[in-house]
Write a protein that binds this ligand. Structure first.
Ligand code: SAM
Ligand code: DTB
Ligand code: SF4
Length: 354
């Protein structure tokens, strides 16, 4: 790796703001160039999400339909049965998913939940899929139990900048989130952390959001960037319904993806929630900007998603391929300068989903 490509964790806010300020074509060029240096070009990882415990959450995240504080009408459920989770995972594998993410609407897991959670991780790993869990805050011992079970990634988002955080969530602090990320890292589990744009935050908040992630002791292996899905009955969903102008500008969303790619070159950048209402052209720009993972299927956790056939058609239209390997292929910079015949061949024989 060329020295200028080594991941940096000393980014300043000024440098990140300057990236956001670049002319759009220059920003896109730099992001795509960085992407090709570190990732197999044209490959998108397909992930499936399953809500293993829905609704009734005591936290007050202003975007979330699963919070007890929201008036979204969502019915709370108990933790799913291990067998049902493994059945859903088997179906996801059959439809081509390489990564299975399990999410629970908890502030944190209770110790009595851990044996079932561990069985879920072990079962999904045995199917050969990458595993990710998002269960809220973790204690050291819970992080260690998940690591021992073989969990690949733990998702816990910082969601926004430190300054904006208190406008979105009051029941746990930014530091609580960073502490959980540190427990996860120390347990040896890959960190998955990102956030939401389109919550009425400023450009400065988006700079601060990326700055927090890009200056962690190690970059998160995975960075989900969600576009707010406005849900009626949530603080932010209602705010957006009342002030439609607060909706994030499409180009600004793409810029956020590009800056994430440039500042965290090795990370998977996941184009996560919000694709259902995103045009295909904007999604295509996000892939050009370096997003290389999506959630497939017609449901995320509690909200809708585009569905497999629409996504298969989009990837085919764009000539993108579902990622085969579990981990992104690290392409040495020298190789990225020349045409790699494997990609050409793969593109020629590409069939959308298996
Ligand atoms: N309860 C756990 C927690 O918050 O850590 C795990 C699940 S939670 C649903 C995971 C993430 O999904 C949140 O941190 C947030 O970034 C994202 N999210 C939740 N609701 C969303 C919405 N309406 N629109 C966009 N992203 C959302
Ligand atoms: C993340 O950052 N996005 C995914 C995953 N992590 C768990 C979840 C998005 C949830 C969107 C709203 C919902 O369906 O409840
Ligand atoms: Fe609870 Fe997670 Fe929703 Fe926040 S985002 S209310 S912690 S389920």
């Amino acid at each position: 790796m060329a020295p200028e490509d080594a991941p940096r964790i000393d980014w300043t806010r000024e440098e990140i703001a300057a990236l956001f300020d670049l002319p759009f074509d220059e920003l896109m060029w730099r992001a795509q160039d960085m992407h090709r240096r570190h990732h197999a070009r044209g490959e998108i990882q397909l992930c499936t999400l399953l809500s293993i415990k829905t609704g009734g959450c005591v936290e007050d995240c202003g975007y979330c339909s699963q919070s007890k504080h929201a008036d979204s009408g969502l019915k709370a459920t108990k933790l799913m049965d291990v067998r049902a989770v493994l059945q859903a995972a088997a179906q996801a594998k059959d439809s081509g998913s390489k990564r299975f993410c399990m999410g629970a609407a908890w502030r944190n897991p209770k110790d009595r939940d851990m044996p079932a959670i561990v069985e879920m991780v072990e079962g999904v790993r045995q199917m050969g899929m990458e595993t990710c869990m998002t269960l809220g805050m973790l204690s050291k011992s819970q992080a260690q139990q998940l690591a021992t079970a073989g969990l690949d990634y733990y998702n816990h988002n910082i969601d926004t900048s430190p300054e904006n955080y208190g406008n979105v969530i009051t029941t746990r602090t930014y530091q609580d989130r960073l502490d959980t990320l540190e427990e996860v890292r120390q347990a040896g589990i890959n960190v998955c952390s990102g956030g939401i744009v389109g919550m009425g935050e400023t450009r400065g908040d988006r700079v601060g959001f990326i700055h927090t992630l890009a200056t962690l002791p190690e970059h998160p292996g995975s960075v989900p960037v969600n576009a707010l899905v406005p849900v009626k009955g949530t603080v932010l969903g209602d705010m957006l319904a009342d002030t439609p102008l607060a909706k994030i500008d499409d180009i600004e969303f793409v810029r956020t993806i590009a800056v994430a790619r440039i500042t965290m070159p090795m990370s998977m950048v996941r184009l996560s929630a919000g694709r259902e209402s995103m045009s295909e052209a904007v999604q295509a720009l996000c892939f050009m900007a370096g997003a290389n993972s999506i959630f497939t299927g017609d449901k995320l956790l509690a909200t809708g998603n585009r569905g497999d056939s629409a996504d298969a058609a989009l990837l085919a239209k764009l000539g993108l391929r579902p990622m085969e390997s579990e981990e992104p292929m690290r392409v040495p910079p020298e190789a990225s300068q020349t045409v790699d015949i494997r990609h050409v061949l793969a593109a020629e024989i590409f069939m959308p989903f298996p």
